[in-house]
Ligand binder design. Sequence first.
Ligand SMILES: NC(=O)c1ccc[n+]([C@@H]2O[C@H](COP(=O)([O-])OP(=O)(O)OC[C@H]3O[C@@H](n4cnc5c(N)ncnc54)[C@H](OP(=O)(O)O)[C@@H]3O)[C@@H](O)[C@H]2O)c1
Length: 300
Amino acid sequence: MKYLITGGSGLIGSEITKLLLKKNEDVNWLTSSKKNKIGVKSFNWNIYTNQIDENCFQDVDVIIHLAGAGIADKKWSANRKKELIDSRIKSTQLLFETLNLRQNKPKSIICASAIGIYKNQNDDLLNETSEIGNDFLANLTNQWENEVNKFENIGIRVVKIRTGIVLSKDAGYLKSVAAPAKYGLAAALGNGKMITSWIHITDMANLFLFAAKNEKMQGVYNAVAPNPVTNYEMTKQIAKALNRPFFLPNIPAFILKLVFGEMASVIFMSQNITSKKTEETGFKFEYLKIKDALEDIYKK
Ligand SMILES: NC(=O)c1ccc[n+]([C@@H]2O[C@H](COP(=O)([O-])OP(=O)(O)OC[C@H]3O[C@@H](n4cnc5c(N)ncnc54)[C@H](OP(=O)(O)O)[C@@H]3O)[C@@H](O)[C@H]2O)c1
């Protein structure tokens, strides 16, 4: 199989690339930057000027579409919100419009999506048919999935991976959350009861590759480990894995709202997501419990 990855230089993309290169698979990147990687052929696109190097599609079987500005990288100003939307919607539209005019098309597109699409329902178990939310993140993700669905109309298999909080050393969620814990300053957020549906980076990358190969998979799948935890438990386990104390009181919600503005909604999201449908495909999670995932991530 030959793979084309958009956003391949990011957290999930680089792990997928690493796994593919280990198996001597052919990998192309479609990148908005000048980033290169040994063993990967890089092609450029500019989603704002509709430019794309079509050579990137040569003999490609599967597109893994991850491109998108980082949701929690910057405060959500009006401009930033536009960038979060455009980087996902315009990139998907450019891929679609280009492929629509080509005779030879890849067989499948496996697209990142997010559990932020679901309505915040506290402790209720959410599955792929649960109600979609109506906040900024849910609307953005829903719009993104709708754009990806269009590939079905041109005979391309579509899989949307509704991704939970990806756990990886010094990147993504853990980069910011574990930083104070490393100095012995771990503290749960708000009331600490929010449910965090997480996934280890290795399982995340493996699931994308499993979906790429498994032609029976189609539609939406939750990418979360089978055992979500509360924010309090997550913080406690991070401190434990780092061999640091956990004694501070929770950080009050109003402080988080003051610091992060509307983006604090990501912190207060409580989503108890089930991985049942994903497991029914035959996919086996390597990391089922938060303790094991964090021990692996922080092992010496
Ligand atoms: N990590 C998580 O916990 C998580 C959770 C839920 C959903 N997701 C979704 O999964 C996807 C991949 O996540 P990730 O953590 O790997 O993201 P990431 O590390 O932020 O990487 C995303 C990649 O997208 C490209 N990109 C960034 N800004 C862009 C822009 N303005 N226009 C076009 N391309 C842009 C960049 O690749 P190039 O420089 O090569 O173009 C970047 O490396 C994202 O869409 C994210 O929303 C992630």
